[in-house]
Design a protein around this ligand. Sequence first.
Ligand code: FMN
Length: 327
Amino acid sequence: MKQIHSRKFCVAPMMGYTTPYARKLYRILSKNTFLFTEMIATKTLINSKKRDLIIENEDHNPVALQVGGSNLNDLKKSSRIANEYNYDEINLNVGCPSKAVQKGSFGACLMQDKKLVRQCLESLQNKHIETSMKCRIGLGKNFNYDYFEEFIDEVLKSGIKIIYVHARNAILGGISPKANRTIPPLNYEFVNKIKTKYPKITFILNGGIDSFDKAINLSENYDGIMLGRLVQNNPFLLKKIDEVFYGGNDNVESDEKIISSYFNYIRPKLGQETIFRLLSPILNIFFGIPNSKKFRIKINYYLKNNNLDLIEDQFMKFVVDQKFVGN
Ligand SMILES: Cc1cc2nc3c(=O)[nH]c(=O)nc-3n(C[C@H](O)[C@H](O)[C@H](O)COP(=O)(O)O)c2cc1C
């Protein structure tokens, strides 16, 4: 039986970043935010001996597993795996423009073959969890609403009900994935228009939501919003989400408690995972904070010695000293 979850506020899939550790941190900070894994190629998901580590889901729910692939059999298997690991949703990546991904025939280049995307989504469908897609609004340098609408018309025949739209085109040659997140202009209007055509489909807006105020304002006009880089650089902003987006929660834990919960979670993992990957999600709490340099210098030093207790100590001192409130 599929569970119903709100996707009013989602954290975007980010490769190399939305690891199980980041998701755990996000879950400590917010109970309701809808989370994503990073994109995982179906072949990796099916064959990797490290699968337990890659897609670990220790009560990160509500959470979606994002896959990249276009082999229908592999997609079917991936969907079963997502269910076995207690994911709430399986999501197809139709937005990544990297060369490697194009070589593997997945990501944004799939927008050129809408029938194949429909088949992929049909293969992912399973009766236990939701199937969804994350796509761009088009390909190349020019806007073409008809192209986007025809693409959505076709993929909706698969029966999916949730689409995350990174509201800019993907440019498949000549610019890097990073540049593909800034150079093609945003166009939220395409999402408004498609929503008018399909009022019963959930369209989640993604791309360029770079302040908390913008997030609040946009959330009033869309089914939900998805944020990537703002959360990546500023994870503690998630502390406000349950209250602002999900109707109140006066049980927000203190910063010290949050740090302590997170370190208690990562401590037993030290041996099976590098200290840097374990700490990477939380290191960004220093981003843009004046006077954080002395803490960062000490942490870098303790990182070399793998000394988690002394590192935790520095984080504690930092949040106490700064009376960190997340912004
Ligand atoms: C480091 C990084 C890695 C990303 N990896 C993925 C990914 O694995 N799958 C995906 O669909 N999008 C990926 N994206 C794109 C984001 O999901 C999102 O669409 C994009 O960053 C725009 O949202 P933002 O402006 O809120 O950051 C990535 C973005 C970043 C910054």
